[in-house]
Design a protein around this ligand. Structure first.
Ligand code: GLU
Length: 477
C-alpha cells in the first residue's frame, strides 16, 4: 500500500498553530512511509473562505519547511485540490447515491425543519430529521421540482452501530441512532463538510487521516458515507487537542495562535516544529531538542491521549536552544537584521562578532535579545542598584579606578583598540598584589568602574570585547 495523507485546511484565516501541528504530523508520516502528502483546500464555506488566506497558509507552511507533494499550487494526479473546483465531482457522487436510493432530495424548508426540531425536543426525542421526504415517489419529486421547490440532498443514515480503530483513541463505537438522515449537498450545490471530505479522501486515495480530535464525532457520518460508496475507510488518527493553561481549547484569548504572528516575531521554524511535535507526540529516545527532519521514523503509536497544554515559556526556551545550535555566521547575520541602523556592532570586525555572539547566545532566546546585552560593550548607563552604589562607596574603588585609568591611557597611547584577556588578568593581579585589595572589594570594585554595573558575566570575557574608548569613558564617570 502506498501511503497517502492529506492536510485539509479551510482558508478562513491564517494558519493556526494547531493546523501547523496537524500538517507536520501528516508530512512526517508520509516521509517515514515513503508516501505522498497532499494539501487540499477546503473552501466550501464560501462566505468565510478567501484566496488570500489560502496563499498565506501555503506561505506559512513553506516558512515552516513542510512542503507538500500535491496541492493547488503544485498540482498532482488527483486534482483539482480546491473543493470549490470539485463541485462537479460531488454532484456525480451524489447522483450515484440518489440513483441507488441511498440519498434523496428533501424539500423541507428551514422553517419546517425548525418547527419539527422543536416538537422533537419538547417530546424529549432525538432532534433527528423526521423522514418526511425519505419515501417520496419519483413522480412526487418530479412534481415538486417542476413546481420550482428548492431541495437539498439528504443521506439515508443506516439504523445501526458503527465502529473503527483509531490510532490514538483505540476502539471507538458509535451506537445506533446517534444521527438521523443528514444533508450532504445544499440547495445551491455546495457540499457539506462530512460529505465533501469523504468524496475527496476516497477519490484522492487517502490511506490515513491524521487530524484533530474535534473531528472524532464527524467520523460517524463519514463511515456511513464510505460504506454507501463501497469504499474502504482510511485509517484514522485523532490527535489530542491543544489547550490553554485554563484547559480551554486554544484560542486567540490565549495569545498568538497563528503561525504568521510567530514568523513576524522572528521565531525559528525549526523550534516551532520541535515544540509543536512534542505537543502530542513523544520522541522515541525521549529527546526534547531536535530537528524534526532528522527524527527516527515517525510512527502512529507515539501520540499522547491527553490534551496538550500550549506553553509559550517552553516554546521560547526551545527557540533559545535552536538559536544556540545555529552556525555562528548565521547567528551573526540574523542578529544584524534586528539591530538598528548604525549600531556599533555592525562596524566591528568578524572575529569580534564571533566572540560576542558566542558569549551572548547563552543568554538569548531570540535574535533581538542581543540588543540589551550589547550595552555591556557599548553602553555607559550607570546602575542604580544598591550593590553598585555600595561598591562605589568603598574607599578602595577610587584607587582601582585611578590605576585602571592609567593602564587604559597607556594602552591607548600604544594604539590599541582593545585589551586582551591576559592584560585584563594582569590588572586584576596588580589590584590584588600591589594595591592589596581583596575579595568583594576587588571583584566588585573592578566591575563597577569598568562596566558601571554591580553584576554580570565574567569580566575576563566582557573587558576584551569592550572598545577602549568605552572603557575610557566609563573610567571617567
Ligand atoms: N477542513 C477541516 C478542518 O480545517 C479538515 C478536517 C479533516 O481533516 O477532515 O478542520
Amino acid at each position: 500500500m502506498t501511503v497517502r495523507v492529506r492536510f485539509a485546511p479551510s482558508p478562513t484565516g491564517y494558519l493556526h498553530i494547531g493546523g501547523a501541528r496537524t500538517a507536520m504530523y501528516n508530512y512526517l508520516f508520509a516521509k517515514a512511509m515513503g508516501g505522498t502528502y497532499v494539501l487540499r483546500i477546503e473552501d466550501t464555506d464560501t462566505d468565510r473562505s478567501e484566496r488570500k488566506f489560502e496563499e498565506a497558509q501555503i506561505e506559512d507552511l513553506k516558512w515552516l519547511g513542510l512542503p507538500h507533494n500535491e496541492g493547488p499550487d503544485v498540482g498532482g494526479d488527483y486534482g483539482p485540490y480546491r473543493q470549490s473546483e470539485r463541485l462537479h465531482i460531488y454532484k456525480e457522487w451524489a447522483d450515484k447515491l440518489l440513483k441507488e436510493k441511498k440519498a434523496y432530495p428533501c424539500f423541507c424548508t428551514e422553517a419546517e425543519l425548525t418547527a419539527k426540531k422543536e416538537i422533537a425536543v419538547a417530546a424529549k426525542l432525538a432532534p433527528h430529521y423526521d423522514g418526511t421526504c425519505r419515501n417520496l415517489t419519483d413522480a412526487e419529486v418530479e412534481a415538486k421540482t417542476k413546481a420550482g421547490l428548492e431541495s437539498v440532498i439528504r443521506f439515508k443514515a443506516p439504523a445501526k452501530a458503527y465502529e473503527f480503530n483509531d490510532h490514538v483513541r483505540g476502539h471507538v463505537v458509535f451506537p445506533e441512532g446517534m444521527v438521523g438522515d443528514f444533508v450532504i449537498v445544499r440547495a445551491n450545490g455546495i457540499p457539506v463538510y462530512n460529505y465533501a471530505v469523504v468524496v475527496d479522501d476516497a477519490a484522492m486515495k487517502i490511506t490515513h487521516v491524521i487530524r484533530a480530535e474535534e473531528h472524532l464525532p464527524n467520523t460517524l457520518r463519514q463511515l456511513m458515507l464510505y460504506e454507501a460508496f463501497g469504499e474502504t475507510p482510511p485509517e484514522f488518527t485523532h490527535v489530542s487537542l491543544l489547550i490553554g493553561e485554563d484547559r480551554q481549547k486554544l484560542s486567540k484569548r490565549h495569545g498568538a495562535t497563528s503561525v504568521r504572528l510567530y514568523k513576524e516575531q522572528n521565531y525559528l521554524p525549526s523550534a516551532m516544529l520541535n515544540y509543536l511535535l512534542l505537543l502530542g507526540w513523544s520522541h522515541p529516545e525521549e529527546k526534547d531538542i531536535f530537528d524534526i527532519h532528522e527524527l527516527p521514523p515517525f510512527t502512529l503509536d507515539r501520540f499522547t491521549k491527553s490534551a496538550a497544554i500550549y506553553d509559550i515559556v517552553k516554546l521560547n526556551h526551545i527557540n533559545g536552544e535552536h538559536l544556540r545550535l545555529l552556525p555562528t555566521d548565521t547567528l551573526i547575520a540574523e542578529v544584524e537584521k534586528v539591530l538598528p541602523a548604525g549600531h556599533p556592532f555592525l562596524k566591528m570586525d568578524h572575529d569580534w562578532k564571533v566572540r560576542c555572539v558566542t558569549l551572548s547566545k547563552e543568554k538569548m532566546n531570540f535574535f533581538n535579545d542581543i540588543i540589551p546585552l550589547l550595552d555591556l560593550y557599548f553602553g555607559s548607563e550607570v546602575s542604580t542598584e544598591a550593590d553598585y552604589v555600595e561598591a562605589r562607596s568603598w574607599e578602595t574603588t577610587p584607587q582601582i579606578q585611578a590605576y585602571l585609568k592609567g593602564e587604559i591611557a597607556k594602552a591607548k597611547a600604544e594604539g590599541k583598540k582593545f585589551v586582551t584577556e591576559a592584560e585584563y588578568n594582569e590588572w586584576s593581579n596588580h589590584v590584588k598584589g600591589e594595591l592589596k585589595i581583596k575579595g568583594k572589594q576587588l571583584f566588585m570594585g573592578i566591575r563597577a568602574v569598568l562596566t558601571l554595573q554591580a553584576h554580570g558575566s565574567d569580566l575576563k570575557f566582557i573587558v576584551p570585547l569592550t572598545p577602549i574608548e568605552v572603557l575610557e569613558k566609563r573610567l571617567s564617570m
